[in-house]
Design a protein around this ligand. Structure first.
Ligand code: SF4
Length: 354
C-alpha cells in the first residue's frame, strides 16, 4: 500500500494526465475534465495546483452509519452482513431528485476545504478500517456521495480492508472510466450501480455529457473484471416509468449480466427539484417487477419503503469513532508544503466543467 498521510492534506489524483501549459486532465470519471491551475473539476473535489491535480477530499467523511448490506441494496453477496457505510463530498451528476444534496454534491463543504476552512472529520484508511473492526462489521461501503470522485481514498481503504478480512461495496452511478474500474477491480468486491434509464435524454438532464451506453458499458466491464455487480433503478413518476423502457432495462440485465443478476427496483420519494412529483405508486414498481420476471430475470426486488441509500443529514461521525471530537473537527489545512508561499489557501477556487 502507498504511504498515506496521518493528517489532512491534498493527495495527487491517481488518474491524471499532464497537458501543456500546466493544464491537467482527470481520468477518474467520464467527464474527463480538463483543468487549469486554480480550477476544480465538475465534481469540485479535484483541484489543479501548478500543473498537478490533487484530490481535496481524501479522508474527509461527510457521513457514516452501520447497517445491513441489504440496505445498500445488495442481496447476493454475503447476505446478513453488517457494513460500515461512509461518504465524502462531491458528485459528477446533478440529479433533480437528490436526497443527499449537502453531502453528495457538497459544493459548500468542498469550497471550505479549498479555502483551508473546513472542520469536516478526517480519518486515515487505517483509522476507518479499525473503526469497522471495532464495530464488528464484515464490510465497508462507499456510498451517500459518488465514490468515483474520491477514488484515491476508496482504493487505499479497500486494500487495507481486504488485508484485514473485510469486504468493500462501491455504490455508484457507474459514470466511471475503464482505467478507474481496472484499478478498483484489484480491491473492491461489490458494485451496486444505478441504471437510471435507457434514455440518453434522462442522463443528459442530470449530466450533460453522459450517455446511457457509457454507463452500461462500465457496469458490464465491472462484472467482467470480477467485481460482484447488482443494479438498481429508482422509478420516478413521469421521468423513467415507461413500462417498455423498464422492460428494456430488465432485458439488458438478463442479456449482459445474466438471468440471475439481481435488479433492485426502488420507489421515488419527492426531494429537491422534484419535490412537486408524487411518490411512485406501488403498483408501477410491481408491474416492472412482474414483467422483468416474465422475461426471465430471476432475482428482482421491490422496495416500497426507502430503497435508496440515503443519509438525510450529516450523521455524527464522532459517535462511531474512538477519536476525541475536539481533534476530529479541527480546521483542515493541507499538511504538505508543496503549494509554497500560497500555503493551503487557493488564490482562486474557480469552478470548471470542461
Ligand atoms: S468530475 Fe471530478 S472525478 Fe470526474 S473527471 Fe472531473 S475532476 Fe475528475
Amino acid at each position: 500500500m502507498r504511504p498515506v498521510p496521518m493528517q489532512y492534506q491534498l493527495i495527487e489524483t491517481r488518474l491524471q494526465e499532464r497537458l501543456a501549459n500546466g493544464t491537467t486532465r482527470c481520468h477518474l470519471c467520464l467527464w474527463r475534465c480538463k483543468i487549469g491551475h486554480g480550477q476544480r473539476g465538475f465534481c469540485q473535489a479535484h483541484v489543479n495546483r501548478y500543473g498537478v491535480l490533487y484530490n481535496l477530499s481524501y479522508g474527509i467523511l461527510s457521513a457514516i452509519d452501520i447497517g445491513s448490506i441489504e440496505q445498500k441494496p445488495v442481496r447476493h453477496y454475503r447476505p446478513g452482513s453488517q457494513v460500515l457505510s461512509v461518504g465524502s463530498y462531491g458528485c459528477n451528476f446533478r440529479c433533480g431528485g437528490c436526497h443527499n444534496l449537502d453531502i453528495s454534491w457538497g459544493v459548500s463543504a468542498l469550497d471550505e476545504l479549498a479555502r483551508g476552512q473546513s472542520r469536516a472529520a478526517y480519518l486515515t484508511p487505517a483509522e476507518l478500517v479499525q473503526a469497522a473492526k471495532r464495530h464488528q462489521v464484515q464490510g465497508i461501503a462507499f456510498t451517500y456521495s459518488e465514490p468515483a470522485v474520491w477514488l484515491e481514498y476508496v482504493l487505499d481503504v479497500s486494500q487495507l480492508a481486504r488485508a484485514e478480512g473485510l469486504f468493500t461495496v462501491y455504490v455508484s452511478n457507474s459514470f466511471v472510466t475503464p482505467e478507474a474500474l481496472e484499478m478498483m477491480a484489484d480491491s473492491v468486491d461489490v458494485l451496486c450501480s444505478d441504471i437510471k434509464s435507457l434514455e440518453d435524454s434522462f442522463y443528459q438532464d442530470i449530466c450533460r455529457v453522459a450517455r446511457v451506453e457509457q454507463v452500461l458499458t462500465s457496469i458490464e466491464a465491472a462484472q467482467r473484471l470480477g467485481i460482484h455487480v447488482e443494479t438498481r433503478t429508482n422509478i420516478i413518476p413521469g421521468k423513467n416509468d415507461d413500462m417498455a423502457m423498464l422492460q428494456g432495462i430488465a432485458t439488458w440485465i438478463r442479456d449482459h449480466l445474466g438471468a440471475d443478476s439481481p435488479w433492485h427496483i426502488t420507489r421515488f420519494f419527492p426531494a429537491f427539484k422534484l419535490r412537486h412529483l408524487q411518490e411512485t405508486p406501488e403498483e408501477i414498481l410491481w408491474r416492472a417487477h412482474d414483467q422483468a420476471r416474465s422475461i426471465g430475470l430471476r432475482n428482482v426486488y421491490v422496495y416500497s419503503g426507502k430503497g435508496c441509500d440515503c443519509a438525510e443529514e450529516n450523521l455524527p461521525v464522532a459517535e462511531f469513532l474512538a477519536a476525541d471530537p475536539d481533534q476530529l473537527y479541527t480546521v483542515k489545512r493541507c499538511a504538505s508544503d508543496c503549494c509554497n508561499e500560497d500555503g493551503v489557501l487557493l488564490k482562486k477556487y474557480e469552478n470548471s466543467d470542461s
